[in-house]
Design a protein around this ligand. Structure first.
Ligand SMILES: Nc1ncnc2c1ncn2[C@@H]1O[C@H](COP(=O)(O)OP(=O)(O)OP(=O)(O)O)[C@@H](O)[C@H]1O
Length: 636
């Protein structure tokens, strides 16, 4: 069995140095960052387990029991059921990550895993235990310099929709928040614009209250293994603007915490609504997986950004220059082993992601250039929403702290200074290209429909052509058989009218018949009796009716017996000649048919002539019978 046994892969915990724009990195000590960690949640049901942690001072491993095989996976950090969120924060170098954000780096931390594996518990915590979000917020406010500004935003993504989870009304009515502290970030999603609020937070309590409130607004439902399952991806941004000591520039860093919805087999969800949301969530998770795979292979391209709304929202925080950490949550239960193995496989592959952290700085206008603070409210007006195309991915004008000199820029990395103007330009371009993409998508769909239709039409025409070809073949065959039948009948007629039995009829047959024949023959031609011209071999087919209708010798009562005898000789000779030409070996000039045979043949002929409209098959049968009779007649 090809199991994943990454013992040969060196453990992570790599030391990476954020690169400062001013070369400060050389002076800073290297920072230990953790990029991949696995957390095994407690077994709350006392069911049999298949996964457990095996950590020692030298290695951090998980063991997975596969029946007859025990697999070990090694990661930067492995957390067992006994480890709480504080341990996680410490082991994931939460303080170092906070420092990195204050230096202007975009740090992103994901909680990834199966439904019910403890992702929400890890990020948001529970009633009794603070989550990583709370621990980070407290840390931020603990280490923030007095002139630093913090902003927070929280929204959820479900399928193609983005919903702002922050409800600032209560804080506005309480007076702890002012309108100018809120800006709206916009995102062009498919054909509509979505926006979410970014709020200036002044205290840790206010920030946590705002974010806890946002968490309560999140969509939840029932999943196959969790009665209080998150049915959306929740994204929390904490933006930090940290001015330098000379005030000429500021670093802009962001901490993004992502609580992904759990992976779940669609059909295992107990409700119809749950299955529908599972389908949407699995689709967006697949496109995120693809993005992560590209990060693993170092081949991340711009096209991945557009694959889903989730990718679009996270793009700024995943692209090169950002720090990425993934916490893979897993259930230890035996019944979840398949999902757990797939989580471990993804975790193993994610060890290939190498974050090249880069700090972002913005220029700060000097105080001399800044407008003098207004005594009433020294704040900038709310950010205008840019017109046309996609708006910037951050507010176009940053929020300005109340009572402070308005400075541009303030706040998030994407908002201000050179970086901001560059991004605004690229944002408007993005907007235009998004519209073009929508148009292209429409055209592509139309083209697909037209292609399908023309393919169907082509198939239909081909089917008709085949049908016609087969009809044509059948008709040709029928035609051939009719032609052969006609030839045979003509030959038999020829043989009949010219054969020696005519003499027998004339000599021995009943007089009525001979007279009738005489009458018919006299009506057929008015020409004087004379020996008819000989017909050539090629003229057999055409000559037969001629013999019967116009060129047949007219037997007349006035003719002398000698002339009749000469005509009889002539016809006999003709018949022999014809038989020779038709290569009928059994014809003998000496053969003399009996009167009974001749009469039976004549009656059959009259029968067959009355059935002139019978189908080809019958005709062919008749023809065979007649031919057989003819032979019988001749060879007697
Ligand atoms: N490490 C843990 N310690 C204590 N309880 C935990 C732990 N991990 C998970 N739980 C509990 O397990 C239950 C499910 O956890 P949680 O809701 O965090 O899972 P989830 O991965 O977010 O699920 P979903 O993807 O369905 O939202 C919760 O009641 C949670 O309190």
């Amino acid at each position: 069995m090809a199991g994943r046994t990454p013992k040969d892969v060196s453990p992570e915990g790599e030391r990476r140095t954020p690169r400062s724009a001013r070369g400060e990195a050389n002076r800073r000590p290297p920072l230990p960052f953790v990029s991949v960690a696995v957390r095994i949640r407690p077994n709350l049901s006392q069911e049999p387990v298949a996964l457990w942690a095996k950590s020692s001072a030298s290695s951090q491993r998980v063991c997975c029991h596969r029946g007859f095989l025990l697999e070990e996976y090694e990661f930067s950090r492995v957390f067992g059921p006994e480890d709480d969120n504080q341990t996680l924060f410490d082991q994931l170098q939460g303080s170092t990550l906070t420092g990195s954000v204050f230096q202007g780096v975009n740090e992103t931390l994901f909680a990834y895993g199966q439904t019910g594996s403890g992702k929400t518990h890890t990020i948001f915590g529970s009633r009794t235990e603070p989550g990583l979000l709370e621990l980070f917020v407290r840390r931020f406010f603990a280490v923030a310099p007095p002139n630093a500004a913090l902003f927070a935003g929280c929204y959820e993504v479900l399928g193609d929709s983005l919903t702002d989870l922050v409800d600032s009304r209560r804080f506005l009515s309480e007076g702890s928040l002012h309108h100018e502290d809120i800006v709206h970030d916009e995102l062009f999603v498919k054909t509509q614009r979505c926006s979410y609020q970014i709020v200036r937070v002044r205290t840790a309590e206010m920030c946590l209250s705002l974010l806890n409130n946002a968490r309560c607004n999140r969509t939840s439902g029932i999943s196959s293994f969790n009665d209080d399952s998150s049915r959306s991806h929740a994204i929390v941004h904490l933006f930090v603007q940290n001015p330098s000591c000379d005030g000429a520039s500021a670093s802009i860093g962001t901490l993004t915490l992502v609580d992904l919805a759990g992976t779940e087999k669609e059909h295992e969800n107990p409700s119809e609504k749950g299955r529908k949301s599972a389908r949407l969530l699995n689709t967006s998770l697949s496109s995120l997986n693809r993005l992560l795979r590209k990060l693993q292979t170092g081949s991340l391209g711009e096209s991945e950004r557009r694959q889903s709304v989730l990718n679009k929202c996270l793009w700024e925080y995943l692209r090169p220059g950002c720090g990425i950490a993934l916490v893979f949550c897993a259930s230890p239960l035996l019944q979840h082993r398949t999902a757990t193995l797939s989580t471990l496989a993804m975790a193993t592959d994610s060890k290939l992601i190498h974050s090249q952290r880069k700090s972002q700085y913005i220029n700060m206008p000097s105080r001399a250039q800044a407008p003098s603070p207004s005594p009433a409210r020294a704040t900038a007006p709310p950010a205008p929403v840019p017109s046309g195309g996609e708006g910037p991915r951050g507010p176009s004008a940053p929020p300005t702290p109340r009572g402070e000199t308005p400075r541009r820029p303030v706040g998030m990395a994407r908002l201000a200074g050179q970086e901001s103007s560059r991004r605004e330009r690229s944002s408007s371009l993005d907007g235009a290209s998004d519209e073009l993409l929508v148009e292209n998508e429409k055209l592509r769909r139309k083209l697909d429909i037209a292609r399908t239709r023309s393919r169907e039409r082509l198939l239909q025409v081909e089917r008709q052509r085949d049908q016609l070809a087969s009809d044509h073949m059948a008709l040709q065959r029928e035609c051939e058989s009719l032609r052969a039948l006609f030839i045979r009948q003509q030959q038999q007629q020829l043989a009949f009218w010219t054969g020696p039995f005519m003499e027998v009829l004339r000599r021995d047959g009943p007089p009525g018949k001979v007279e009738a024949w005489d009458d018919a023959a006299s009506q057929a031609t008015e020409a004087p009796p004379s020996p008819p011209a000989r017909c050539g071999a090629a003229g057999v087919q055409g000559a037969a009716p001629c013999l019967v209708t116009s060129s047949a010798p007219r037997p007349c009562a006035a003719q002398s017996p000698s002339s009749l005898q000469s005509q009889l000789e002539y016809w006999r000779e003709m018949a022999l000649d014809l038989q020779r030409k038709l290569q009928k070996p059994c014809i003998s000039s000496k053969a003399t048919p009996t009167p009974e045979t001749a009469v039976s043949l004549a009656s059959r002929r009259s029968e067959s002539s009355s059935e002139g409209d019978c189908p080809a098959g019958n005709l062919a049968e008749d023809s065979e019978t007649t031919v057989a009779d003819g032979r019988e007649l001749v060879s007697h």
